[in-house]
Design a protein around this ligand. Structure first.
Ligand SMILES: Cc1cc2nc3c(=O)[nH]c(=O)nc-3n(C[C@H](O)[C@H](O)[C@H](O)COP(=O)(O)O)c2cc1C
Length: 287
């Protein structure tokens, strides 16, 4: 799947990713009202990854509904709309509007590390988090995925709360809180100072998160964080993921990364004598 926030801005970009071989696409996170996001610089390249603090720029659900409608008519793969809000009512309203426009599922962004009063601030408050998930669940009749933050003491504890509240699947992980400082100017490079690290640098962290979550809950897990080639994807499957999302690697590998990864998984299964992906989900947990 395409991960949220990377090229998921319009029907056109979602289509080009689906053509590149993605099995499903997730849109950029959308809220109730338009949001400008932060001023540049919003992305900085570091060793083995990117740090971004975009600030959730989006046109608001009413305008974005047009893109969802258009994408739904042209896409041949499931369309998942990523949703954020500042209260349980807001999450539910945006999710309802996304479903009315044609979303096949919603992914709740309760894990953005760089915008105040939403994202990971919601995801770290277990009481509010549970209310958000159950409110959305009772508002829409489509699967609800919840995207978790690694910036917590125990991601498995949070997964348990979210699943009890009704989540149908979990996406792990969003970016890891990080920063970079310009030694010439002596100040942080990102305008927001702090952002989220993505790409190969976070893969071992994401893998551990998926492994921990798999030990605690029974819903499907979507692994996300640093997947760049088929071997990364297979590692996530062995850790317990049923699917993976790819974001940053599109910048280095191009949209063909989806076909390359799925072809590589198929070859791996053949060589190892497995009949389907299902046979290797969580296989690393056996004693
Ligand atoms: C530029 C950029 C923008 C992002 N925007 C969003 C977003 O709007 N919503 C969200 O849930 N995650 C967002 N993410 C996080 C990614 O979806 C993903 O969780 C993270 O980048 C790890 O995956 P990757 O290493 O494959 O990129 C963004 C990541 C990047 C690099």
């Amino acid at each position: 799947m395409l991960a949220s926030g990377i090229l998921g801005y319009s029907a056109e970009t979602l289509e080009s990713i689906a053509e590149g071989g993605a099995g499903a696409v997730v849109t950029k996170s959308v809220g109730l009202k338009p949001r400008k996001g932060y001023t540049n610089p919003t992305v900085v390249q570091v060793s083995c990854g990117l740090i971004n603090a975009m600030g959730l720029p989006n046109p608001g659900i009413d305008e974005f509904a047009e893109e969802i409608r258009e994408a739904r008519t042209s896409l041949e793969v499931p369309l998942i709309v990523s949703v954020y809000g500042y209260s349980e009512e807001e999450y539910a309203t945006v999710a309802r509007k996304a479903v009315e426009a044609g979303a096949d599922a919603v992914e709740l962004n309760v894990s953005c590390p760089h915008v105040k009063e939403t994202g990971s601030e919601i995801g770290q408050d277990l009481e509010i988090l549970a209310k958000v998930v159950s409110k959305v669940k009772s508002t829409i009749n489509r699967p609800v995925f919840v995207k978790l933050s690694p910036n917590v003491t125990s991601i498995a504890d949070i997964a348990e709360v979210v699943v009890k509240a009704g989540a149908d699947a979990l996406t792990a992980i969003n970016t890891v809180k990080a920063m970079a400082i310009d030694t010439e100017t002596t100040i942080p490079i990102l305008s927001n100072r702090v952002g989220g690290l993505s790409g190969q640098a976070i893969k071992p962290i994401a893998l551990r998160c998926v492994y921990d979550i798999y030990e605690r809950v029974k819903v499907p897990i979507i692994g996300c964080g640093g997947v760049t080639d088929w071997r990364d994807a297979v590692e996530f499957l062995l850790a317990g993921a049923s699917a993976v999302q790819i974001g940053t690697a599109i910048a280095t590998e191009g949209p063909g990364v989806f076909k390359a990864v799925s072809h590589g998984i198929e070859e791996y299964l053949k060589v190892k004598g497995f009949k389907s992906v299902k046979e290797i989900v969580g296989l690393s947990h056996r004693s």
